[in-house]
Design a binder for this molecule. Structure first.
Ligand SMILES: NC(=O)c1ccc[n+]([C@@H]2O[C@H](COP(=O)([O-])OP(=O)(O)OC[C@H]3O[C@@H](n4cnc5c(N)ncnc54)[C@H](OP(=O)(O)O)[C@@H]3O)[C@@H](O)[C@H]2O)c1
Length: 256
């Protein structure tokens, strides 16, 4: 990964009401040159759930709250129309498909209903959000003076998990989470497909493992701050040679 300056004109993060999504929004707000527009997408209109992100919106004129359910194409289209109003002809530089769903299941008690719900959010969600936002990402890539692929030009970052890695089988002894694992493995295949097709439009696509983060599990290794700070460093360094790869929050390649 080559080091490069990190300026992003605009970014959208799905699943921004909590955890890593909220942490990423905070990191972008803290950049020396923050994006002109940061779109924090949430899917629940619950006031209490959105309290922290709403506070940030009231303090930052470049932060916009959007409602987007990654399983509902209509809401994705409505969000893209909203984004278009703000960015005009500049397009959207960075799409972070962060929203995720996980049920604690075992091989024995996994159900079709839970597994389908995980696929809907973790795999089909990033597919549909990327499809709908593609014209805006293409616009950003076309307008960028930069050579080669990068997050400053146009990129899709799919938040995957080492739990979806065949080789690592992250945390399998603690949590089997069959549907979740399979949905993240399928997401990795989506990343590979996107990387082959979208590179022709100047859009970089990767899968990222954020580490094992204390969002729900207090025993996890990393704070949200540590993980998202690491992810920012990785994003700033990604270049053409990283297109279609699976990396972790420290920039190390994760085996498929
Ligand atoms: N934490 C870890 O150790 C870890 C490890 C590997 C990968 N990841 C991945 O990192 C991402 C963020 O996870 P997290 O740990 O920050 O968990 P989290 O706090 O549960 O965040 C997940 C976010 O996704 C949102 N979401 C769920 N269903 C959605 C839908 N249909 N449409 C739009 N948004 C939806 C949730 O909103 P609501 O709360 O309103 O439902 C929430 O804001 C996920 O993709 C997860 O799989 C996390």
């Amino acid at each position: 990964m080559a080091k490069r300056d990190f300026t992003v004109d605009s970014i959208m993060v799905t699943g921004s009401s909590s955890g890593i999504g909220l942490g990423l929004v905070k990191q972008f707000l803290k950049l020396p040159t923050p994006p002109q527009w940061i779109f924090a997408a949430v899917h629940d209109r619950d006031e209490e759930k959105n309290r922290e992100i709403n506070n940030l919106v009231s303090q930052n004129s470049n932060l916009v709250l959007l409602y987007l359910d990654v399983t509902d194409r209509k809401s994705i289209v409505a969000a893209a129309e909203e984004v278009q109003k703000y960015v005009g002809g500049s397009g959207l530089t960075l799409l972070m498909n962060n929203a995720g769903l996980m049920f604690n299941t075992t091989l024995q008690d996994e159900t079709a209903k839970e597994m389908a719900a995980e696929y809907a959010v973790n795999t089909i969600g990033p597919l549909q959000v990327s499809q709908v936002f593609l014209p805006l990402l293409k616009m950003a890539a076309e307008r960028s003076p930069q050579e080669g692929l990068s997050c400053s030009k146009a990129a899709i970052i799919n938040t995957s998990s080492s739990g979806g890695s065949f080789e690592l089988m992250g945390q399998f002894n603690r949590l089997q989470n069959i549907g979740y694992r399979c949905s993240k493995t399928a997401l990795n295949m989506l990343t590979r497909c996107q990387s082959l097709v979208y590179k022709t439009f100047g859009i970089l696509c990767i899968s990222i493992h954020p580490g094992w983060v204390k969002t729900r599990d207090p025993e996890a290794d990393l704070t949200v701050e540590e993980s998202t700070q690491g992810i920012m460093n990785v994003l700033s360094r990604l270049s053409e040679e990283d297109n279609g790869t699976f990396v972790d929050w420290e920039g190390r390649r994760v085996p498929w």
